[in-house]
Design a protein around this ligand. Sequence first.
Ligand SMILES: [Fe+2]
Length: 513
Amino acid sequence: MGCSGKRGGNDDPSFIYLGAIQSTSPLFWSSLWAVSRSRFRPIRRAFSCFSSTSTDRRHVRKRPVNARHSFAAMTQDVQGHDLSGATTEAVTAYDQAVRAFNLVHGNAVGLFEEASQAAPDFAMAYLGKAWVFALANDPGLMTEAKALVETAGSLMLNEREQAHRAALTHLVQGSRAAAVAVLDRHLMRYPFDLVAHQGAAVTDGFLGRFPWVRDRSARALPFWSKDQPGYGTLLAMHGFGLEEAGDYTRAEDESRAAAELEPLSFWPHHTVAHVMEMTGRPEDGLGWMAAREALWSSPGHMNQVHIWWHKALFHLELGQHHAALAIYDGPIRATQRPVALSLTNATALLWRLDTLGCDIGARWRDLAASWQGHADGKCLVFTDIHAAMAELRSGQEALVERRLQAMREASATTIEAAGLYRTVGIPIVEALAAFHRGAYLEAVELLLPVRFDLWRIGGSHAQRDVIDWTLTEAAVRAGQRDVAVSLAHERLATRSRSAPNRRFLRHAEAIPD
Ligand SMILES: [Fe+2]
């Protein structure tokens, strides 16, 4: 049997994996490990092939000598993974696509398509594109991801590719934790698999589990050498994991080093920005942004809108509301895409400015129009919360009622996010609606108990802060002096110079006892 072509029947030696791949039970993995041990290259053998960084040697490599079947020369990616159905020409585009995916710089989707057009049986070209779409958490793109996973299912897949397909199958069904469970185990065997690292990292991000990004990359890094292609990407992931776990000094050091290795990468630049946000260094943050603006603001940066959002937050921390609003009106609107996660940036910024008393004008209505069709009340709590903000402040309360109804229906199903919708997502959107209509006490009562589980909506600490920000402002407006003063002090403990935090305390202390 060759390494490409359609999947065979039950006599196909790979079929046993395909039949079992949906399972994530320990038995599945132990049996997969036992069977595959005789057929696939273990970690240490894989590691040895990375001593050379020569791109000339990487693409065509013989199967391991202990393989039970006779295979033709197998095409590999730049990290040394065998690629079913690939050709040398297709792998060139594929490697560029993976790099674009990892750096969030470049047209990953177009490059994955180029790879699949050059080699129609190239499974990872379809699965790579599916990762891009599935991680967008946008209903329309999720449907496209599902179709790509089905296409890959009709192709010959090796062990690594089957793990990707299994993880994606879970993900497109809304089972994020199961998807990460597959990838987490997979990465113990394939520590160089940067597509899997990024898939697991971003998916964990939607589960509020960024600290796992630290641990998953930490256990892989010892297998890597610093001159290996992609090392900077893995180091950057570790840096972001450290940041979200609160290890800010190491996060900044590692991310600065990763930014040197991968100047165009979104991740290390972004992590240093987070460190400066979380440790109350907005001037340093603006300096970091200015010094590297040519690197992160070029058109190839697919998520530069999020970097602009971070820059606007630095201005807010300094009390420079007009500068933040100018970023909203200029680069944020110019660089955001009609995708749910992209739209959260503009929404969260506008909500903060709105609560600070800035004149938002027609911006909310434009933004609410952009949201339509991109958050459906059952895909991701995080995006539903942001869509609801835009709907409320544009005066379209009926849309929020419809969203809440969809969220209530989702909470009554068996989908993974059902419990999160019930205990966190719905109370938050109800609280936002209460805040919008001036029922501030109700907003406080809804949000206070939710704080303990807020991490579960995913996103970063900086992103989720919009909820604590709203709670603090609600307490001020409700005249609840003890709550407002307490929350303001809590915020000032980590960012004592923050203009919004000092404003919260000033307003809280002005409430009569
Ligand atoms: Fe961020």
